[in-house]
Design a protein around this ligand. Structure first.
Ligand code: F6R
Length: 619
């Protein structure tokens, strides 16, 4: 939540402002209810900030340009404390001379008591934000120390909660001082210029050399130097890495929206996540698995923790991993996990799933599990982010940057990574499915092409979405691995089209939800392939008949050749045939496409739905 950019460069022209605005454009997915910039130049600190999307800030800057500067910070906000107004937008100025400006990502949890102290001392506040407390404290500390870094060290130890703070001061025009605790911050290394960003997308147009800051670290960037210390002023090291994707990966590539592009990226997201995981003899390799094989053999329970779409990927994983390994798998919403007195010990493997690697609920759950002695493995799409860094092992998904707020390609990549993990454990622990791992890896290798083929057949889905722009409620039914797909289809629709949508396990229908069916009610049904064990295919076909008999409009997602569904379907969306456990990689695609086009048909903002932000870095 909230995107932060900082820049220090060599020249006094428009560079700093342009770099920061470009960075904010790339980070706008993190929060988009207000935005602002502060520059340092011969006039001191100049700033502009506006409620609403970045375009409002851009217009304000066009109308009243700021003077040239080589140093700038910027912010795009997802409001927590204080509504999304011009005044609450960042930057926030400290003191009465307006020489110090701050932008902030996170929540300063003890801001009430700190604010009371400052009010008592006569400080006047201009906003309702927690951030202004930090700005005022920094300004007062600067008055004492005369040095921005020293001011930062004296303030950060008094702040509780999550924060990345970037500060500039009129008297130190060649530097940005930043601190991080529990919120992300990455440094971009340039030549004669340096960058700061909430993530590398902020500066990927300029450099791929990044340094990820650790917990409780401060960094001072000037055009020629990057100095990192801990909060007590001791020299510290960040983690240097090279970003493997380029600026084009974070652009729309000819599509109208990022979401559309990312849906079409899915064959690559799955293919790239599979890459390099198989040894020449066909057995599985997991290079990033730094939990020993002995420990993994002893694991007697797996708990998957995640939120939202990532949790649905975890629900798919449960079916697959339990089937292949016979290890009991539980899926817990990260925000519930910590507070339910979880049963966790050193034989529990905690698998966190997070696209961003920053979701606060998931991070806190991982920390809690570690404190209870569990081994933690992170499935994550963002290199160097906090959750993998704090886990015992990581299995990266290779979906590339996901910019649209609603997750699509990350979901497919997460499911793929979960399959890899399940097959790896099956292979490692022996048992009846150890030998099957190679066969399933072979089947997985065929999935990218099947997804690409399916994507080529989505015209009818687009048409259906077009007819349904006035629909007020849509239901989704699935069974087995189709059940989390139904939940994901409903979530996509809520997020993107703002209409009521529910996903149910098809078997649950008769236990209540069938009462919702009335004439014309649209229901998507994800039908398992005819080869699915336990006659599940037949059972779901019966469910379609039951709701059709009550007037439902049935939109059936079925495997090519599954003629059994035809008599009961108002619409059939065909997907290529696949082994039952791998079907979610296909069946979810039409649901994503449907949500995308229904949102478009309603004239909504597909990439930045209301009230949401891409990385939920607050609890
Ligand atoms: C839905 C969506 C969210 C995220 C959830 C977890 O489209 O994007 O539900 O899946 O906030 O985010 P990560 O995976 O970054 O932990």
């Amino acid at each position: 939540m909230c995107g932060i950019v900082g820049y220090v460069g060599p020249r006094s022209d428009d560079t700093a402002l342009n770099v920061v605005m470009e960075g904010l454009t790339r980070l706008e997915y993190r929060g988009y209810d207000s935005a602002g910039v502060a520059l340092v130049n011969g006039n001191g600190v100049e700033w502009e900030k506006r409620a609403g999307k970045l375009a409002n800030l851009r217009n304000a800057l066009d109308e009243a340009p700021l003077h040239a500067s080589a140093t700038a910070i910027g912010h795009t906000r997802w409001a927590t404390h204080g509504g999304p107004t011009d005044l609450n937008a960042h930057p926030h100025l400290g003191g009465t001379t307006d020489k110090l400006a701050v932008v902030h990502n996170g929540i300063i949890e003890n801001f009430h008591s700190l604010k009371a102290e400052l009010l008592e001392a006569g400080v006047q506040f201009r906003s309702e934000t927690d951030t202004e407390v930090a700005a005022q404290m920094l300004a007062r500390a600067y008055d004492v120390t005369g040095d921005l870094y020293a001011a930062m060290t004296s303030v950060v130890n008094r702040l509780e909660g999550a924060f990345t703070l970037l500060a500039v001061h009129a008297d130190a025009p060649d530097r940005v001082v930043a601190a991080r605790r529990n919120s992300p911050l990455v440094v971009g290394l340039g030549e004669g210029e340096n960058f700061l960003g909430s993530d590398v997308a902020a500066f990927i147009g300029y450099t791929r050399n990044a340094v990820e800051l650790g917990q409780d670290q401060i960094v001072v960037i000037t055009p020629d130097s990057v100095e990192i210390t801990d909060f007590d002023g001791n020299p510290a090291q960040g983690k240097a890495y090279e970003v493997t994707w380029d600026a084009a990966a974070a652009e729309k590539g000819g599509y109208d929206t990022f979401m559309e592009k990312e849906i079409h990226d899915q064959p690559h997201a799955v293919g790239d996540t599979l890459l390099g995981r198989t040894a020449p003899d066909g057995s599985l390799l997991l290079d990033e698995m730094s939990i020993s094989e002995d420990v993994l053999r002893q694991i007697d329970r797996i708990t998957i923790i995640a939120c939202g779409t990532s949790a649905y990927a975890g629900m798919v994983a449960k079916y697959a991993i339990e089937h292949w390994t016979r290890i009991p798998v539980e899926v817990a919403l990260a925000h519930e996990f910590r507070y339910c007195d979880p049963i966790v010990n050193d034989r529990t493997l905690i698998v966190s799933i997070s696209q961003s690697g920053e979701t606060m609920d998931t991070l806190m759950a991982v920390r809690h599990a570690r404190a209870l002695g569990a081994r933690t493995l992170s499935i994550c799409n963002t290199h160097g982010s906090t959750i993998p860094r704090e886990s015992d092992a990581v299995l990266y998904t290779h979906a590339g940057p996901e910019i649209a707020v609603a997750s699509t390609k990350a979901f497919l990549a997460q499911i793929t990574a979960c399959y890899i993990l399940g097959l790896y454990l099956a292979q490692l622990r022996g048992g009846s499915f150890a030998e099957d791992a190679r066969t399933v890896m072979g089947q997985l290798a065929e999935m990218p092409e099947k997804i690409a083929t399916l994507l080529g057949t989505m015209d009818r889905v687009k048409e259906i979405a077009g007819f349904m722009a006035d629909t007020r409620s849509v239901l989704f039914l699935g069974r087995n691995v189709g059940y989390p797909v139904a939940m994901e289809g409903a979530l996509k629709l809520k997020e993107l089209a703002y209409i009521h949508a529910e996903g149910f396990a098809a078997g649950e229908l008769k236990h209540g939800p069938i009462a919702l069916i009335e004439p014309g009610q649209p229901v998507f049904i994800i039908v398992p392939g005819p080869d699915t064990p336990h006659d599940l295919h037949k059972k779901v076909v019966s469910n379609i008949q039951e709701i059709r008999a009550r007037g439902a409009r049935t939109i059936v997602i079925a495997e090519e050749g599954d003629t059994d569904v035809i008599p009961f379907a108002d619409e059939v969306i065909w997907v290529p045939q696949a082994p039952p456990l791998l079907e979610p990689l296909l069946t979810v695609v039409p649901l994503q496409v449907f949500a995308l086009y229904l949102s478009t048909a309603k004239g909504l903002d597909v990439d930045q739905p209301r009230n949401l932000a891409k990385s939920v870095t607050v609890e």
